[in-house]
Design a protein around this ligand. Structure first.
Ligand SMILES: [Zn+2]
Ligand SMILES: [Zn+2]
Length: 447
């Protein structure tokens, strides 16, 4: 049996030796961005690379997900290492696809590099007495909750149940054999000072798909015979803005959205206007309250103009809970790589304001979601670029591989301790029931 120190040295060396290969994978994905549930080429690349490494895997999970498995020697818990496949859509980003506007403005391409780095390192321990348990390698679809109309359509066609990647993988049972999970997300130097930033939490949310329905008529000769859906939307959004003074800072509510269709022809009264929106907040109760207010505003717009409004509320994400003992392991390993003064741990209550479906997973099993500071510019902005690929891909891969060793080496004592001391907030069944209850559709026809 090797010592933990020897094992950690070995995984670092094997990731180091594959550095150019891993960074090349990340850059290839950067050059071929694909938005959620459409990551066909990206998933194929992951599958090809796992094949090259000799790792058995399933594909097509939740449409595009890939899951490989490395079995240790003795039985033990299964730790999942996760990388997200999807891009955003940010036209104007230097690496945007000119046709689709898809762009990796959130650094997910680096997560796939990290995931394969962990695969490279731990594949060598397959069947080894030094690894008590299994490592699931999961490339997951659709973390960014965008293209809402498209996903609602997939849902209505029965091709998706829940409408984000990890949510749907939970529903489909892809995490049923997983006991705990980790991933590392890139961050920008504009928001973090240290090379690794750990801890904190995220907002939860619900997602809105809204259609204001009016009546078309000639905009010049007969506007009085139309019902203007765009004006209904504008009244609704003004009402929503008026509502903001009722929100409490400590609830970290964010109400925001985009108009995805403002009408059809400039010379006709707009008969249908579409709005995709978000209601974020620090917990399910405050989100439900803010969502009720948003619905009131949407109805008000329709009522004022004599229009109708169809409001679909889609279950979004739950807040992130980082598992403290796992975070301690990661903190230790990250410090060994970059120095303790380059690893900060934020208080568990520090809310970043954004949202992730890793939060959903964290409600049903122990999870960590650290950040690696490797980018410049603003997340989701046209200027978000990875400046340091070693810190974006190689160092987090090493830190995760070493953390898996902490958990599973020997007799997997650490992983068993994590499971014994961390009771999830809810079971998978409770999670699915909660999310199912948050899915509603209403057609408000005014009076
Ligand atoms: Zn993002
Ligand atoms: Zn992201």
């Amino acid at each position: 049996m090797a010592t933990l120190t020897e094992l950690k040295a070995h995984v670092q060396a094997s990731i180091e030796a594959r550095s150019p290969w891993l960074i090349d994978v990340a850059k290839t994905i950067l050059a071929h961005p694909e938005a959620g549930f459409q990551e066909v080429k990206t998933a194929q690349l992951v599958s090809d690379k796992l094949h090259e490494l000799g790792i058995a895997h399933d594909t097509g999970l939740a449409l595009t997900g890939v899951k490989g498995l490395i079995r240790g020697g003795p039985p033990g818990p299964t730790v999942a290492v996760i990388g997200e496949l999807d891009s955003l859509r940010v036209p104007g980003h230097p690496h945007a696809d000119p046709e689709t506007g898809a762009a990796h403005a959130c650094g997910h391409h680096c997560q796939i590099g990290m995931l394969l780095g962990v695969a490279v390192a731990l594949k060598a321990l397959e069947g080894s007495p030094d690894l008590a348990g299994n490592v699931a390698l999961m490339a997951v679809p659709a973390e960014e909750f965008i293209d809402v109309q498209y996903r609602w359509q997939l849902h209505q066609e029965g091709r998706l149940g829940l409408m984000a990647g990890k949510q749907e993988l939970i529903r489909l049972g892809a995490f049923d054999d997983v006991d705990m999970a980790m991933m590392v997300h890139t961050a920008s130097g504009s928001t973090e000072n240290a090379k690794f930033a750990l801890g904190g939490t995220s907002n939860g949310h619900v997602v809105k798909y809204v259609r204001f329905l009016g009546k078309s008529a000639h905009a010049g000769s007969a506007p009085h015979q139309g019902i203007n859906a765009l004006q209904a939307a504008m009244v609704a959004l003004n009402a929503l803005n008026a509502q903001r003074e009722t929100l409490r800072n400590e609830d970290t509510i964010r109400l925001h959205g985009i108009l995805t269709r403002g009408g059809t022809s400039v010379n006709a009264v707009p008969a249908e206007v579409r709005y995709e929106g978000r209601v974020r907040g620090r917990n399910a109760e405050v989100i439900a309250d803010a969502n009720m207010k948003m619905d009131r505003c949407l109805r008000a717009g329709a009522l004022a103009m004599g229009a109708k409004v169809n409001i679909v509320t889609i279950p979004g994400y739950l807040p992130m809970l980082n598992n403290a003992p796992m975070l301690d392991c990661f903190q230790h390993n990250a410090s060994a790589l970059v120095g303790a003064n380059q690893v900060v741990t934020h208080p568990a209550t520090r809310n970043r304001g954004g949202s992730t479906d890793m939060g959903d997973l964290s409600q049903i099993m122990p999870v960590i979601h650290p950040y690696t500071t490797a980018a410049t510019g603003m997340g989701h902005g046209a200027d978000y670029l990875i400046a340091d690929y070693v810190q974006a891909v190689i160092n987090p891969a090493k830190a995760m591989a070493m953390t898996v060793l902490d958990l599973l080496a020997g007799a997997a004592a650490k992983a068993r301790e994590v499971l014994a001391t961390s009771k999830p907030l809810m079971s998978k069944q409770q999670y699915l029931a909660l999310q199912e209850a948050r899915l509603t559709e209403e057609l408000y026809a005014g009076r």
